[in-house]
Ligand binder design. Sequence first.
Ligand SMILES: Nc1ncnc2c1ncn2[C@@H]1O[C@H](COP(=O)(O)OP(=O)(O)O)[C@@H](O)[C@H]1O
Ligand SMILES: [Mg+2]
Length: 311
Amino acid sequence: MIVRLSEVTKTYRKGVKALDDLSYEVREGEIFGLLGPNGSGKTTSINCLLGLLKFESGTIEIFDQPMGPDRYDLKAQIGVIPQNVAVFYELTVEENIDYFCGLYVKDKQRRKKLVDEAIEFVALGDYRKVHPNKLSGGLQRRLNIACGIAHKPRLIIFDEPTVGVDPQSRNNILEGIKRLNQEGATIIYTSHYMEEVEQLCDYIIIMDKGKVIAHGNKEALKNLIMLGETIEIKVEEPNDEYLKPIRELPNVLEANFKDHTLIVKSGKGATNIPNVLAILNEHRVKYGTLYSSLPTLNDVFLELTGKGLRD
Ligand SMILES: Nc1ncnc2c1ncn2[C@@H]1O[C@H](COP(=O)(O)OP(=O)(O)O)[C@@H](O)[C@H]1O
Ligand SMILES: [Mg+2]
């Protein structure tokens, strides 16, 4: 096992548990997703497993060994890309990466090669001699990543690496994470963007209020909930007369209007599109665009907690 958290409880202020008996395991070679809204405890759990934060109870093992603040041997095999860019503004791009790599790699020649590889990896070759304050937000993020991965760690932790990043850097970051994983690193990826987690992660835990509320791969998570299909149809006139029979269709969980859009949520099984359209036709309702979508991880969160991931 790469990481094992068992029943970890962490309280910053009396009465507010940032982590509440939190347990999870990360297996070798996977991209492990920690998905949860802001304040659910993702960063706190990362800081606990890195030995940076004290916690009241529970145990943490990394690479099957007990983790502690002085386990530098274990820390040397971990790369961390913190939520907020943490680089030195008085150093250039190249010097920053060399500094962070130098915390673990003392041999200068080997380090030079690793720094070059990291620069190439995040495609910052044109900015070697540039200071970070001259870089855009997205490029600073990429520098932050290069600093965390240059020493070729076995476990790499990305804490919300795409927040406030332009689409081009975002794609560069997500592709880079996949590549690091293909090259053998185990990845922990935290985010409150369910689309990214869905696209990237092999195994996902959904957190809320310091607890795991669901875990599994994305298919398993979507099978936990009732929702199977959401149909959205633009209608000219919202009207209860045809809403009522739609609500009474077998397998319909709920049906509502949102302005001029009829939204019908059905359970798993055959699609309800033909039945809904039959009722619209029967009532001579004029309708336009129709979308049908499968559940997202946001729907999973919504059904399990009663609130959206970004509320
Ligand atoms: N340094 C701190 N002092 C007091 N409370 C904190 C501190 N850091 C985080 N918290 C609280 O702990 C909870 C979890 O926060 P955090 O781990 O940052 O969540 P996330 O990373 O999922 O957004 C939140 O309620 C947050 O307000
Ligand atoms: Mg956080």
